[in-house]
Design a protein around this ligand. Structure first.
Ligand SMILES: [Ca+2]
Ligand SMILES: [Ca+2]
Length: 197
């Protein structure tokens, strides 16, 4: 009997791989875990996929391997993360100081902070971004053109071109699974010192 089990695993190694659960880990660029309200998963037609059977108890973060296995007809899975807008969260005059240092080239921002600094989404960090942040802090504006939180795959953040809208789509093809861990980088517009929570 023992030999039969060994032979079975040798012949079908995916039997054990399929047991791996796929965690979605959402963190800021300093590695701090970021809590989110709701995660939904949609298919190619932007239709919600039922993930209720793939939620570990007490969690709103689905096991994506389970979601993929449970929906054999779906080819691409897009994770949609919802977090309260709260535009002022983590945005202060200190961020303005840091962004200004980047503009005058005394302290360059790294790529993970260039996106939060580009408030007006013109692919440049300039005094126009500072004006937008100032208007937000003073209560003249209630929101940020770029939106509040943006999420991207962590491996995308390691690449240089970060100003592409497509980068902020968390889509995975069926062929990519099983995945051990999905690392998502959470970026808060206007917050360049990771003080948002
Ligand atoms: Ca800008
Ligand atoms: Ca901040």
């Amino acid at each position: 009997m023992k030999y039969i089990i060994i032979l079975l695993f040798a012949a079908f190694p995916f039997l054990s791989i399929a047991q791996v659960s796929s965690n979605i880990v959402i963190s800021s660029s300093d590695g701090t875990n970021v809590t989110v309200n709701i995660i939904t998963v949609v298919d190619d037609n932007n239709e919600n996929i039922d993930i209720s059977n793939c939620l570990p108890s007490g969690s709103n973060i689905p096991d994506m391997n389970c979601v993929v296995d449970s929906n054999p007809e779906v080819e691409n899975f897009t994770i949609v993360i919802d977090k309260p807008s709260d535009y002022l969260n983590g945005v202060s005059t200190l961020d303005m100081v840091i962004i200004n240092q980047h503009i005058i080239s005394t302290n360059d921002l790294d790529f993970a902070h260039l996106i939060p600094a580009d408030i007006n989404q013109d692919h440049k960090i300039s005094v126009l971004d500072l004006i937008e942040i100032r208007r937000l802090i003073l209560g003249i504006d209630a929101s940020i053109p770029a939106g509040s939180w943006r999420f991207l795959k962590e491996e995308v953040a390691a690449e240089s071109n970060l100003f592409n809208t497509d980068d902020f789509v968390l889509t995975f093809n069926r062929s990519e699974f099983p995945i051990n861990s999905i690392q998502v980088l959470a970026l808060k517009s206007g917050d360049v010192n990771n003080s948002a929570f």
